[in-house]
Write a protein that binds this ligand. Structure first.
Ligand code: XMP
Length: 512
């Protein structure tokens, strides 16, 4: 294991990713818990992340004092480099010359970290983001690379295996950064580099068995990637002591509820409770047009129905959730101590507190695409693993204004045609999310000799890497023309189709 100590950089998670891509398991801990983590994990190496604070102030975070005498290799990045230097007897200053963005370093001398990656005398592109820099080295260190704004851009103490980088090797704008991190984890720390999803699967199954014992587990299944992977993994670990509850709010896409039921019940033979609660949800949503009220209504009902079904099953000792790494990682705050950011996950947000059950969260260490890789490893069909994200409140937030069963049916048909055409054109995997929206606007049209007065359908497709920002997808016009013709001809109730070309920001991906 490589332990990553987080000093609050925006890109700490990328360090973990890069290390795992090198086949080495890594865990991030906030600097406040670093001491305990060193004891618990006995890591082969430690990486100190960047962070927004300044080492020149005395009340800012430091690495655990004991770290530097444990005999394990340490790599300090940006703030991590600076605190390592300060703690070992060197010094750091705040300079006038700040560097942000692309920069170049001159490789001055060979060192263990650069071996086979950067040659002495070359100029290498890196990504910098710093105001402070090191200005005097502790004993044992030497400068191995320099840049205009950072005379100590890379420093090394090969004897102790301590390295410091002023730049960020974890971001893609440092082209050889991944190789440097891989070299640190494998060659310098001596990790084998054989960590893989197959190994993760075995290790997690053992963890789940150890945690659950003879207990019973209940798991909310939505048909999304995360909960599907959790369900299959748990079933592999504890078999029939797992019960999945699929609360069907009637706001799923066409055919989706059937697919979930047949995959999990018929293919995997998982105990699955399928509760068709569409009347309940649609009843509660009648006359509701405010998007946040829709979300709250759905979230609350979801918990009620889930609890009912859990009780009907005869109770359980554990609740399994598809919480991912970005949902749980503790963010480091310098104003009011550490703060924990936990996103409400799908619609299961309020469940753990209400049900007072212990949680089983086997995906806590994984990023989204690692979850997909695990899903493939578990044999989940591509249609599940590669599925576009779908919001918990489902079609409710794709029908601005009031929701009726009839509107849901109209939207489902249009959406299915749109997605079918996207798949036929081979574009599904290049798009982050694509869906149709049913607008609360009627417009006039003419079909044959008759006047029509029907709804407008909006089409949305975006590219994105994380859903935080997005660009509209540039479909060819003939593709859009084909989809529009099919929707208008095949879906009663829609007589006009428009394509949304708003980016996020300023728009959002969903219309509500
Ligand atoms: P926005 O519309 O905010 O969406 O740009 C960003 C991502 O979040 C999804 N989304 C939701 N997911 N419950 C969810 O589980 C919600 O209430 C919700 N609202 C938006 C959206 O589909 C996109 O992937």
């Amino acid at each position: 294991t490589i332990l990553i100590v987080d000093f609050g950089s925006q890109v700490t998670q990328l360090i973990a990713r890069r290390v795992r891509e090198a086949g080495v398991y890594s865990e991030i801990v906030p600097f406040q818990s670093a001491d305990a983590a060193l004891d618990r994990l006995r890591p082969r190496g430690v990486i100190l992340s960047g962070g927004p604070a300044s080492v020149t102030h005395s009340d800012t975070p430091r690495a655990p004092e004991g770290l530097f005498s444990m005999g394990v290799p340490v790599l300090g990045i940006c703030y991590g480099q600076q605190t390592m230097v300060a703690q070992l007897g060197g010094s750091v200053t705040t300079s006038d010359h700040q560097e942000f963005g692309r920069a170049f370093v001159d490789v001055q001398e060979p060192c263990g970290l650069f071996d086979g990656i950067w040659e002495t005398g070359t100029r290498e592109q890196v990504w910098m983001s710093h105001g402070d820099h090191v200005d005097a080295l502790p004993d044992g260190f030497r400068v191995v690379a320099t840049s205009e704004g950072a005379p100590f851009a890379a420093i090394a103490d090969d004897a102790r295996h301590f390295y410091g980088l002023q730049f960020h090797p974890e971001v893609v704008h440092t082209p050889h950064g991944a190789a440097l991190l891989a070299r640190f984890a494998r060659e310098i720390c001596g990790c084998a580099g054989d960590w893989s999803m197959a190994g993760f699967r075995e290790a997690k199954i053992a963890d789940i068995r150890a945690q659950v014992g003879d207990g019973k587990v209940i798991c909310g299944l939505s048909g999304g990637v995360d909960s599907s992977v959790v369900a299959v993994l748990l079933h592999e670990a504890i078999g029939d002591r797992l019960t999945c509850v699929f609360v069907d709010h009637g706001l799923m896409r066409q055919g989706e509820a059937d697919q979930v039921v047949s995959l999990f019940r018929e293919h995997y033979h998982i105990n699955l409770v399928h509760r068709d609660a569409s009347d309940l949800f649609l009843g509660a949503l009648a006359g509701v047009s405010d998007p946040e009220v829709k979300r709250k209504t759905i979230g609350k009902l979801f918990i009620d129905v889930f609890e009912e079904e859990a009780a009907a099953v005869g109770g359980a000792d554990f609740l399994a959730q598809g919480t991912l790494y970005p949902d749980v990682i503790e963010s480091v705050s310098f104003t009011g101590g550490p703060s924990v950011t936990i996103k409400s996950h799908h619609n299961v947000g309020g469940l753990p507190e209400r049900m007072r059950m212990a949680l089983v969260e086997p995906l806590r260490e994984l990023f989204k695409d690692e979850v997909r890789a695990l899903g493939r490893e578990l044999g989940l069909p591509d249609a599940f693993v590669g599925r576009h994200p779908f919001p918990g409140p489902g079609l409710a937030i794709r029908i601005p204004g009031g929701i009726t069963r009839e509107k849901c049916d109209i939207l489902r048909k249009a959406d299915a045609i749109y997605l079918e055409e996207i798949r036929n054109a081979g574009l599904y995997d290049s798009i982050w999310q694509a869906f149709a929206v049913l607008l609360p606007v009627k417009t006039v049209g003419v079909m044959g000799d008759a006047r029509t007065y029907d709804h407008v359908c909006g089409l949305r497709a975006v590219t994105s890497t994380d859903g935080m920002t997005a660009d509209y997808y540039p479909f060819p016009h003939d593709f859009l023309g084909r989809v529009a013709t099919r929707i208008i001809n095949e879906v009663r109730g829609i007589n006009r189709v428009v394509y949304d070309i708003t980016s996020k920001p300023p728009g959002t991906i969903e219309w509500e």
